[in-house]
Design a protein around this ligand. Structure first.
Ligand code: SF4
Length: 351
């Protein structure tokens, strides 16, 4: 294997010609011409991209940056509006932390993100990965940035056969050895792009990869098997009830979940606890009937919800039909709404 400088130079050369065009990115040519990335856009994209694909993030990124063009605009936003704009992107703790972080940056840093990974790490919702990514991409700090794509590239480049997640410290160590001091921001993005477009999970395109001359995984013929992973425990299945109550004028019974916990701070339909054999707990006394069943998978468990529907008395706490937008609900609650439609149609026909 050649020295680390030659490897990073090859990756940067490849990036100069093949960088993906992304709405939050400053292209290598613009960067060379002196254009600096907006730390707010870098941070926002990195938070959105955690556990989510580039394709899924694009429209959310556009919506957020149009509604809140600066971190100070986001800091001044209404919590409910931000949660509604985030709906469907999942992992709602990220949206709550996004707001907290924006408010700290606006209040304590006069709307300017701190420019080192160490300081970024002190902000709400910013962990080691995001701190390194923002410091590197926005401020050209030679921080070691290791996301899933980089993990895969490094595992293959060095033919690491120890399984994830135990191999992470070694991967970080090796990733640091190839991170250059020149253009570290472009280098971090180049590694992400290489992992996303060439060194893909299945069938890596080694034939067109700039790292092939140095890649131990390729040389040993084991690249596609790496990184190895410790087998996951099967996910348990939980059950629950969700209640879609509508008044005769179409107004809907919704509730906002507590800030802490799964789906924290999001709007949805009331329901039971989720567990092995939960008790039904109707939120209002009414003639509840089963409308259907919906399934949803979270990170740690599968969920099966029995959807109950009923006509309920009108009351001020209900959300008027004209103000109800299913698109502002998290995905599992959108499924509940869809699952309620047959029952709601029957109610409408009966009454
Ligand atoms: Fe990945 Fe193949 Fe490139 Fe090695 S040569 S880094 S396995 S694409």
């Amino acid at each position: 294997m050649r020295d680390d400088t030659a490897i990073s130079a090859d990756i940067l050369h490849w990036y100069d010609h093949h960088a993906r065009i992304l709405p939050w990115r400053v292209s290598p040519a613009d960067r060379a011409a002196g254009v600096r990335p907006d730390p707010y856009r870098v941070w926002l994209s990195e938070v959105m991209l955690q556990q989510t694909t580039v394709a899924a993030v694009r429209s959310y990124f556009r919506t957020f940056t149009q509604a809140w063009p600066t971190v100070s605009d986001l800091a001044a936003a209404d919590d409910g509006d931000v949660m509604a704009a985030w709906a469907g992107l999942g992992y709602y703790a990220r949206a709550r932390n996004l707001l907290k972080c924006a408010r700290v940056v606006a209040d304590q840093y006069t709307g300017h993100f701190p420019n080192t990974a160490a300081k970024l790490l002190t902000l709400p919702g910013i962990g080691p990965y995001t701190a390194a990514a923002v410091a590197s991409i926005a401020f050209d700090e030679p921080a070691t940035v290791v996301d899933g794509n980089v993990e895969r590239v490094i595992s293959r480049l060095f033919a690491l056969t120890d399984p994830l997640p135990g191999s992470r410290p070694r991967i970080a160590q090796l990733a640091a050895t190839v991170t250059p001091r020149e253009r570290p921001g472009d280098y971090a993005q180049a590694m992400m792009d290489l992992g996303a477009t060439i060194c893909t999970p299945r069938n890596p395109a080694c034939g067109i990869c700039p790292l092939r001359p140095d890649c131990a995984g390729f040389a040993q013929g084991i690249a596609a098997e790496l990184p190895k992973k410790t087998p996951k425990q099967p996910k348990p299945t939980r059950h629950g009830f969700a209640y879609v109550g509508r008044a005769s004028d179409g107004a809907i019974l919704l509730e906002r979940r507590p800030d802490k916990g799964l789906l924290g701070g999001t709007l949805g339909f009331p329901g039971s606890d989720w567990g092995a054999d939960p008790d039904p707990v109707p939120p209002r006394t009414a003639d509840w009937t089963v409308s259907g069943e919906v399934r949803h998978t979270f990170t740690h468990f599968h969920l099966i919800l029995t959807v109950m529907v009923a006509q309920i008395p009108t009351e001020p706490a209900l959300t008027p039909a004209a103000q109800f937008n299913p698109a502002s609900l998290p995905t599992v609650m959108r499924k509940v709404w869809d699952g309620a439609q047959p029952g709601i149609c029957e109610l409408t026909n009966d009454t």
